[in-house]
Design a protein around this ligand. Sequence first.
Ligand SMILES: [Zn+2]
Length: 247
Amino acid sequence: MKRAAAIAFVVLASVSCGGQEPVASHGPQGSPATPDPSTPAQNPTGSASPEPQPATPSPPAFQSKVSKISRDRLPHSWRSGCPVSYQDLRLVTMTYWGFDNKPHTGELVVRDRVTDDIETVFKKLYDWRWPIYQMKLVDAYKADDFDSIEANNTSAFNCRRATGSSNWSNHAYGEAIDINPRENPYVTASGSTAHQNAKKFTERPMKGKGVINPGDKVVKAFAQVGWEWGGYWSGAKDYQHFSKGGG
Ligand SMILES: [Zn+2]
């Protein structure tokens, strides 16, 4: 009798289990409850593996894209009478490493024949995690060089005259770039800068995030593609400035 009762119990139990299964599978709401108990059950065996995962995401590899640029992307920086047609300019969209220690996507406009130089150098900067504060077209500042510098913006093409000159700047040809202008100011021969926020960066050499120094790897990377650094000028120094062939 006892055995029969036991058998009856087993039968009842299996029937009730079988009865529960359809209930559990009735809707998706039931299913999250099912994995939950199994997840902690797996944790004791693999408790080491789930924890490091958030700490190990590696930043994406350097990416760059060169494309033609339409006239309407350059409403302020290009106009008729500039020494280079906008059709000879290219938009370089690429990854850069930020001051916040994170990857970002920036935009630069340069002459078509120097896009390889730019991609070569900026891939190195990114792989070194050499930080750049910001990289937007100067049109974000209505092509106002002072405002772009004040915002510590890295930019290249701008159809404008050279500072203190009636000649076209190399920026007007799309063959010059200014990098982290706050940390790398234009310094007059007497040692001053027009930007209050750059006053503590007028000396060289000096340590600091995004600072360019004589003979450092940034200067060398540009030199390898034929771009000269404005920090080597005599008299006034333009620490932010690199240009193809100098000037
Ligand atoms: Zn410049």
